[in-house]
Structure formats: structure tokens, C-alpha cells
Design a protein around this ligand. Structure first.
Ligand code: F6R
Length: 607
């Protein structure tokens, strides 16, 4: 959701910032731009569309100077045009901004009344004018920056440069992430550690309300009150290898192939290798007497949460309330004393989920977050982080983070069930063993690309697709439908298979393929009946099942992809993989932009 980066140093800034933007492009790709300051003069270059357009524009308008800022945009206010692209300039300053300035209309009114002319439809331009207004009043850049951010409401990560100050870069954050990277005679700003990975392994994550003044040799950090503060410098282990495509055509293809590793590494974190039993960190509450849990997340992470609810209710006998974060935040449900709030997020920065975290924390709930980016804002504000070990996920559509999230939730379920005495030791061992089998089964599923591709050919011709699942496979159907919509732009809906006859069955004819997630579990017979009902109405049935299920479905389904046999407990994790591959293969056939689908961006830091 918009990426920003900046450098103050001794080398040409433009290539450094441009490569930083390349690593941030997954956060937004509607437009991009760079501004530098050289011999006291600020200059900028911007282009609508992908970063490559900016690359071309830079050939015509090269930017010199060793201090610069850059931005890759996911449009909120104003169309994705060159005019609306960042950096925004006003008088002697240029700024880039990620987030939403909620009081921009009020600010703009005052600034326009003072004679300022706005060029863009963005909220961010108000920041540039406000900053310049303070400079024109005679303030130093540092004082002007502080005075400016004190007037901003909403969410922001901002980087600022100033005419007449070649050796100065100022950053500020509130509600959107910003990190400092330390170099030799150069300092960097970036929306995340990916932006900074090849530049520095020494990183400070700014806290909410922090702002910083960077020169070639010095970093000063201040809090919202303007007091100088120390923030820890962390060594990151991210390597550039982790953020390349490694020969795959797309990040999504690479990340699909990383499912076995993501699941395996995550399980290694939560299973004791000697006892082969789940071993999680101590919970900040007593799971045995926990009255209820609330789960929340957005998008794919929400569907992982729905699987978690099925598991926790069935195996740990724990009542669970679940809702998408954007709804839960304003629903105001009663919260039990010291209940558990379980948040799930790949990025740890999603504004809706973060908002719920803060609400529920204020309501006295214990906050446990399942995160891929553990040092994210959610990570810092949680009582406990259960880290998944999926590695960087660059493709906008989430893949391996989903199965890693499920792996953590499965481990948590077993841990809670043990504490609550709801699982025999033998069954606990069976469940844990089924998890340990997953990485090799996942590898087998990666061998099914060709079979899934023939299913994809049917889907690619359709305008609408129905995904069906029952019980714990329902959220996997939802994940499949979301992924298909997201990257192939084909309309898809997921239904609980039993709901079909209550309405959606009227949609079915030979043009609406029906994709079923149907392992041979206790609900298989019911799903089979629902599929027969769909077939009787001309539906084309495509199924993911196991060998036993395939035998029963051979007269019903047009395409069957047979997955390895697996305990029903671990099945949702395994069945996710082919469903995501299907969306990928359809997107390839449709020729869409797989990694950067239209209108989307990763890490949604606005409400
Ligand atoms: C779908 C997808 C999104 C994210 C959602 C939450 O493929 O990627 O639906 O799952 O935006 O993001 P995180 O997990 O970062 O909170």
C-alpha cells in the first residue's frame, strides 16, 4: 500500500531509490516518482503506471544528487495519473507519503486561503504545502517537519527533502510503517526491510509517532512529543536472494513452490524435535479456563482464521467469535473478562486488523498475533506473537503465508486442547503426525501442476465460477474463489455446499463451472449429493479429492485432481495448495498481471 524509500549519502541517489522502489513495487503500482536534491536544488521525475515507465522517464529527465526520495503509489485520493504521482512539491520541499491524511480538506482550505495553489487531487499534497508554509515562516527543516506532523490527522509514513539542504532527509511515521537503514556515510529510509535489504542489515523500525532526522553520518530519532529517543537497531537476516524470482516467471509461482518449506519451517518452530509434541511459547493467559476467543483478520488471513475456528471449537472445545477486522472494529460486541483476541496477518501492518488489535487491547483482551513479519506494528503491540516462517511474500496474492498461518493455528489448537484436557494423548500424537507429514505431501501436490492446468482451461472460459466446500473445507473454497477473482478477474463465489439448494443453485448451467473441495471426510457423502444436484442442472463439476473420493466421484465430475490421503485435521492445509495453483494457472491463461493484479496492493495500511 504505497512504498516509500529515501537515501542521504555520497553516491548517486536515483539508482539506489529506483532499486528500492523495485523491491517495494508490490505495495502499489499505479504510478511512481523520485525527487532528489543536488547543489541545493530539488528536482523530480514521475510517471503514471508501473515502475518501468518511471525508468523510461528518468532516461529523459535524469536526476542528479546523492539525496533523494521515491514513491510507488496505490491510489487512494485522486486517479493514478502522473500529476497525482508522488513526490509532491511545494516551494522549497518535496515529500512522499504512504497513508491517508484524514484532515487534508481542512488543511487545504486554510492553505488555499493563504494563496497556495494545489496541483493534484491527492491528500498528500497538503503535507508538502504545510511543510513549505513552515519553511517560509523561517523555521528550520527540522522544526518545520515537527510543526507539520503535529497538524496531521490520519495515517502516514513520510519522507521529506529540502532545497538548500543536500545532506538532509527527514522521515515521520504514524500508523504506516517506516524503517531506517544504517550505512557507511549514508542513511536510508524504507517502508519495510525488503526495501533496505541490499543496502543495510542494520535497521531501526520507527514507532508510531516517531520522526527522524538523517544526515550522511547521523541518525536522530524523536517521539511525538519531540523528545529525543533511542530505538533498537536490529540486524536483519534478509538477503537479496529471498526477494528475487529465482528463475520462476512470477513471484506467485515461486511462492507456490515454497509451500513445503514455509509449512516445514513453521512446524519446526512449534514442534519439539525430540518429543515430536507441540511446544509453543507460554501464553499470557490460562488456556484451560479461557472463556472465549475472538479471531479477526482480513482477506485470505480471515479464511485462515475461519479454519482456526473450526479447529479450536472441535478439538479444544473453545467458543470462538470470528469476523473480518473492518466489521469487528465497529461492531462493539461484548468481550469476556481477559478473553483472547487472536489476530492473523502476513504483513502485521493491515490497518483494519491493527485497528481491532488496539480496540480489543483497550477492552482488556489478551492479544496473540499470528504474523509473518514479526517486527511489524502488530508484532510490537501484541502480548504474544506466534511467528510463521514463510519468508518474504512479494506476490500481491497471498499463498505460502496462508498455509504457514494454518500451520500455526493447527499447533495452537493442539496446545489449547492439551491444556483444556479435550484431546487424548494418542489423538494428539495422530494430529501432530499429520502435520509433520504435510511438507512431503505438499511437495507431491506441486507435481500436479499439469493436471490442474487442464482444469484451469475450463475455468478460463467462464464468466462466473462457484466454489463449494463443507465444514472445514468451506474456508478453503472461499480462499479459492478469492484468489481466482483477485488474479484472473473472473467472478467467483464460494458457498457452503449445503447452501446451494437454498438459492445459488439457480445460477447453475453449463457455463458456470463448479469447483469442489471434497476430501473423503465425514461430510463427503453430503458434498457428493450436492454435486449431483449441481450436475443434474447441467453444471460442470471439477473436484479436488483423494483416491477414495475420486472413485466415488468418477461419474459426477468432469475433472478430478487426486491429492495424497491425509488426516482430516491437516487436510485444509494441503487442499489450499491446488486451489491456489488453479487460480495461478487460470491467470496465466487469461494473460493477466499475476503478481500485480489491477487495483490491488499488498499490505493494506489504509481503512
Ligand atoms: C489475498 C490477500 C489479501 C490479504 C489481506 C490481509 O490473496 O493477499 O486478502 O490476505 O489483505 O493481509 P495481511 O495478512 O497482511 O494482514
Amino acid at each position: 500500500m504505497c512504498g516509500i524509500c529515501g537515501v542521504v549519502g555520497h553516491r548517486p541517489a536515483t539508482p539506489i531509490v529506483f532499486e528500492g522502489l523495485r523491491r517495494l513495487e508490490y505495495r502499489g503500482y499505479d504510478s511512481a516518482g523520485i525527487a532528489t536534491v543536488d547543489k541545493g536544488q530539488v528536482a523530480r521525475c514521475r510517471a503514471a503506471g508501473k515502475l518501468d515507465n518511471l525508468g523510461k522517464a528518468l532516461q529523459e529527465t535524469p536526476l542528479s544528487g546523492s539525496t533523494g526520495i521515491g514513491h510507488t503509489r496505490w491510489a487512494t485520493h485522486g486517479a493514478p495519473t502522473t500529476t497525482n504521482a508522488h513526490p509532491h512539491r511545494a516551494g522549497q520541499v518535496a515529500i512522499v507519503h504512504n497513508g491517508i491524511i484524514e484532515n487534508f480538506s481542512e488543511l487545504k482550505k486554510v492553505l488555499v486561503a493563504k494563496g497556495r495553489h494545489f496541483e493534484t487531487e491527492t491528500d498528500s499534497e497538503a503535507v508538502a504545502h504545510l511543510l513549505d508554509e513552515h519553511i517560509q515562516q523561517g523555521m528550520s527543516p527540522k522544526d518545520a517537519a515537527f510543526a507539520t506532523i503535529q497538524k496531521l490527522q490520519g495515517a502516514y509514513a513520510i519522507a521529506m527533502i529540502f532545497e538548500g539542504h543536500d545532506n538532509l532527509l527527514i522521515g515521520a511515521r504514524h500508523g504506516a510503517p517506516l524503517a531506517i537503514g544504517y550505512g557507511e556515510g549514508e542513511m536510508f529510509l524504507g517502508s519495510d526491510s525488503l526495501a533496505l535489504a541490499p543496502l543495510s542489515d542494520q535497521i531501526t523500525y520507527l514507532e508510531d509517532g516517531d520522526w527522524c532526522v538523517l544526515t550522511q553520518d547521523k541518525v536522530e530519532i524523536f517521539n511525538a512529543k519531540g523528545d529525543s529517543v533511542e530505538r533498537p537497531v536490529q540486524t536483519t537476516s534478509l538477503t537479496t536472494g529471498q526477494i528475487g524470482k529465482d528463475g520462476y516467471r512470477h513471484f506467485m509461482e515461486k511462492e507456490l513452490h515454497e509451500h513445503p518449506v514455509a509449512i516445514g519451517q513453521t512446524l519446526q518452530r512449534v514442534i519439539d524435535p525430540e518429543t515430536r509434541r507441540i511446544a509453543l511459547p507460554k501464553m499470557p493467559f490460562d488456556a484451560a479456563t479461557l472463556p472465549r476467543a475472538t479471531i479477526t483478520a482480513c482477506g485470505s488471513a480471515f479464511y485462515a482464521g475461519v479454519v482456526g475456528r473450526y479447529w479450536l471449537e472441535e478439538f479444544a472445545r473453545l467458543p470462538v467469535d470470528i469476523d473480518v477486522a473492518s466489521e469487528l472494529r465497529y461492531r462493539n460486541p461484548p468481550q469476556p473478562n481477559q478473553g483472547l483476541a487472536l489476530l492473523i496477518s502476513q504483513s502485521g501492518e493491515t490497518a483494519d486488523t491493527l485497528g481491532v488489535l488496539r480496540e480489543l487491547k483497550a477492552a482488556g483482551q489478551r492479544i496473540v498475533s499470528v504474523l509473518n513479519v514479526e517486527h511489524s506494528t502488530m508484532g510490537r503491540e501484541s502480548d504474544l506473537v506466534l511467528g510463521m516462517v514463510a519468508g518474504p511474500e512479494i506476490s500481491v496474492a497471498s499463498t505460502k503465508a496462508f498455509t504457514a498461518q494454518l500451520s500455526v493455528l493447527a499447533a495452537l489448537t493442539i496446545d489449547f486442547a492439551r491444556s483444556r484436557g479435550t484431546l487424548s494423548e494418542e489423538r494428539e500424537r495422530q494430529l501432530t503426525d499429520s502435520l509433520l507429514d504435510l511438507p512431503s505431501h505438499a511437495l507431491d501436490v506441486l507435481g500436479l501442476f499439469d493436471e490442474i492446468r487442464s482444469m484451469a482451461r475450463v475455468i478460463a472460459q467462464a464468466r462466473d465460477v462457484l466454489y463449494l466446500g463443507r465444514g472445514i473445507c468451506m474456508p478453503i473454497a472461499q480462499e479459492g474463489a478469492l484468489k481466482l477473482k483477485e488474479i484472473s478477474y473472473i467472478h467467483a463465489e464460494a458457498y457452503a455446499a449445503g447452501e446451494l439448494k437454498h438459492g445459488p443453485i439457480s445460477l447453475i448451467d453449463h457455463t458456470v463451472p463448479v469447483v469442489a473441495i471434497a476430501p473423503s471426510n465425514i461430510l463427503f457423502d453430503k458434498t457428493l449429493s450436492n454435486l449431483q444436484e449441481a450436475k443434474a442442472r447441467g453444471g460442470r463439476i471439477l473436484v479436488f479429492t483423494d483416491a477414495k473420493g475420486a472413485e466415488r466421484l468418477k461419474d459426477v465430475a468432469e475433472h478430478i485432481v487426486v491429492l495424497p490421503d491425509i488426516d482430516a485435521f491437516a487436510a485444509p492445509i494441503l487442499y489450499t495448495i491446488p486451489v491456489q495453483i488453479l487460480a495461478y494457472e487460470v491467470a496465466l491463461l487469461k494473460g493477466t498481471d499475476v503478481d500485480q493484479p489491477r487495483n490491488l496492493a499488498k499490505s493494506v495500511t489504509v481503512e
